[in-house]
Design a protein around this ligand. Structure first.
Ligand SMILES: [Zn+2]
Ligand SMILES: [Zn+2]
Ligand SMILES: [Zn+2]
Length: 232
């Protein structure tokens, strides 16, 4: 048992009462005049179906007289139809011949020499092309090597700068150490200067004491002289 289906072609309906949706239902179905296709298990409601029916019998477009062809089998038939025009299989090597399939064997048989020439020429062209590509690749390689050399030079320059920086750093550290040493020496000198100043002030004190003692001594001498004069 084959289930009945409805043609789903959405074309302008052939009658005003024909359904517009994807399949009539209920009351609408009864109004539409249903007709079963003679070639496929479809029930169609448009006469248009006959223009699309995959099982509709058709003739070969090449008029080869093949029997039992239907619309859906045409594409497959073209692949074997003896009257179908086909390109020579040496098309990609430059043979532009297009002949009905039945004549192609004879063309191939009679064109062995020219097909060989075409193939040879194509191979030679490809060889030239390969050679050009090879040259291009070699040029690129040279270019890459040059870049490599430039990069190495830059690397050397960077290393030299690094060495110079390290030397500067060492010099700066040495300077720093010298500064520290000078600072220490200055502090030592300051300490000694303070000692000297202290000594000087002590001396000054002693000196003033001496002067006082001297003054007192002079007073004593004066007094003695006075007493001596009185006694005389
Ligand atoms: Zn049909
Ligand atoms: Zn045919
Ligand atoms: Zn050919």
């Amino acid at each position: 048992m084959q289930s009945l289906m409805y043609c789903t072609v959405s074309e302008t309906p052939s009658s005003p009462s024909a359904p517009t949706g994807p399949g009539p239902t209920g009351r609408l179905r009864q109004e539409v005049e249903e007709e079963k296709c003679k070639y496929c298990p479809l029930v169609f409601t448009h006469e248009h179906h006959l223009k699309l029916c995959p099982s509709y019998p058709v003739e070969c477009p090449n008029e080869c007289g093949a029997r039992g062809l239907t619309r859906s089998k045409i594409t497959a038939h073209r692949e074997v139809c003896l009257l179908q025009c086909v390109e020579c299989e040496y098309n990609r090597f430059g043979c532009a011949i297009v002949l009905p399939r039945k004549d192609m064997a004879e063309h191939l048989k009679g064109s062995v020499e020219s097909h060989l020439q075409m193939t040879k020429r194509r191979v030679e062209e490809q060889e030239v092309h390969l050679q050009e590509q090879k040259v291009c690749l070699q040029e690129q390689e040279v270019h890459l090597q040059e870049q490599d050399v430039r990069l190495q030079e830059q690397e050397v320059r960077i290393q030299e700068q690094e060495v110079r920086f390290q030397e500067q750093e060492v010099r700066l550290q040495e300077q720093g150490m010298r500064f520290q040493k000078e600072k220490d020496e200055r502090q030592l000198l300051e300490v000694r200067l303070n000692d000297v100043k202290k000594l000087e002030s002590e001396r000054q004190e002693e000196k003033s004491k001496h002067q006082q003692m001297e003054a007192r001594l002079l007073e004593v001498v004066d007094t003695l002289n006075y007493l001596k004069a009185r006694l005389n």
